[in-house]
Ligand binder design. Structure first.
Ligand SMILES: Cc1ncc(COP(=O)(O)O)c(C=O)c1O
Length: 375
């Protein structure tokens, strides 16, 4: 099939885009939301939203239970939460004035394009859509640079696209939906060069799924390169997607402006239960390591099993996989949902692709059972 043909199409698409003849890809779609009739269906395997199937740390669970009786209070009335920002900042090696805490990092992705709205946005295509979609809705020109044929960010092409009219550059590393990473030194150089002209946001939502020695955050660049910003979340390795805490690290100047313009309510949007759980989870490395190891095992199994069926997933560094569906005739996500497996598929100009979150090993075996049955 299939993957070869898709790759050719991808290359053709990339060269058209390089000539300015690219296609605009579809934005965020409601397919991410589980149809109401499936809510509570027994045996539904939910592989749709890149959540962590192993749940929150037992320490975070215990923290929530302890805090329940105090949940009638605002967070600023809790002595244990008053230095929440300080502890989070220290964890990331910066001072408190470098950090803005939001109700999930998606909150910041919706608000940053409102703040950096005086020029173009440069981003990859495909990428995580909240920020580019919001920018486009606000009338900002969005310059979309195709991924390369390995489904990695094409940093050279992105750098060429950044000019004096660029206000913001958005890079998701590791990337969603494409699962790949870029070389950390290449990314550092990119940030240094691009930030001479524009603000650069690196979304590191999935960084904790990399092996510890591979986890190179761009936070350390901020001191010398003040237009670099880094986004993170408790929704992935911390398994707190439903508890809603994310953060942005940037210079105190940017943070103060964001806080004043858009986020003065931030102190009110966070729940005491989430904050307490986040603090308890921060240093529970043993729990996170377990999640990462189980994720790697489920990923190795699924990738090998898909390859044995002639699919060619991208080299995933995340808790999800992304692969071309070749000449799949119908709507893959809809067809899988009928089999009680909830995942995503996309129709790009160069072909159809699937994005499958990694569930537990048992869930991935159910998924592969269904894939084999389709042959
Ligand atoms: C790359 C990326 N950034 C940010 C988010 C938003 O996550 P949250 O709002 O839960 O922090 C997601 C969610 O899947 C994501 O994939």
């Amino acid at each position: 099939m299939s993957a070869q043909i898709d790759r050719r199409h991808w290359l053709k698409f990339s060269s058209l885009a390089a000539l300015g003849l690219g296609f605009r890809l579809p934005a965020f779609r409601d397919e991410a939301i589980l149809p109401a009739e499936y809510a509570g269906v027994t045996g539904l395997v939910n592989l749709s939203s890149n959540e962590n199937p192993y749940g929150i740390s037992p320490k975070a669970r215990e923290a929530i239970v302890q805090m329940l009786g105090e949940s009638h209070r605002y967070s600023y009335n809790h002595p244990g939460l008053q230095d929440f920002k300080k502890q989070l900042a220290e964890h990331h090696g910066v001072s408190e004035d470098h950090i803005l805490v939001t109700a999930g990092s998606g909150d910041a992705l919706g608000l940053l394009p409102r703040f950096f709205n005086k020029g173009k946005l440069v981003t990859a295509n495909p990428t995580f859509p909240i920020l580019p979609t919001t920018a486009a809705k606000l009338g900002t020109k969005v310059v979309e640079v195709p991924l390369n044929s390995k489904m990695e960010h094409d940093l050279d092409a992105m750098l060429k696209a950044v000019d004096d009219e660029t206000a913001l550059v958005y890079i998701c590393n590791p990337a969603n939906p494409s699962t790949t990473i870029v070389d950390p030194n290449a990314l550092k150089n990119f940030c240094i060069e691009a930030s001479k002209k524009a603000h650069v946001l690196i979304d590191e939502a999935y960084i904790d799924y990399l092996e510890p020695q591979e986890q190179v955050s761009m936070i350390s660049l901020i001191e010398k390169h003040p237009k670099v910003m880094v986004l993170g979340t408790f929704s992935k390795i911390h398994a707190m997607a439903g508890l809603r805490i994310g953060w942005l690290i940037a210079t105190p100047d940017i943070i103060a402006k964001l806080q004043a313009d858009y986020f003065s309510r931030a102190g009110f949007t966070l729940s005491v239960l989430s904050m307490y759980a986040a603090l308890a989870s921060l240093d529970d490395h043993a729990w996170h390591n377990q999640s990462r190891q189980k994720n790697t095992a489920a990923r190795d199994y699924t990738i090998k099993a898909l390859q044995s069926l002639n699919y060619q997933p991208a080299q995933s560094k995340t808790n999800f996989i992304f692969f071309p569906l070749g000449n799949y005739p119908g709507d893959y996500a809809q067809d899988m949902l009928k089999k009680n497996i909830f995942l995503r598929s996309y129709q790009y100009p160069y072909g159809k692709y699937a994005r499958v979150s990694l569930g537990t090993m048992d869930e991935m075996k159910i998924f592969m059972g269904e894939m084999k049955a389709r042959i």
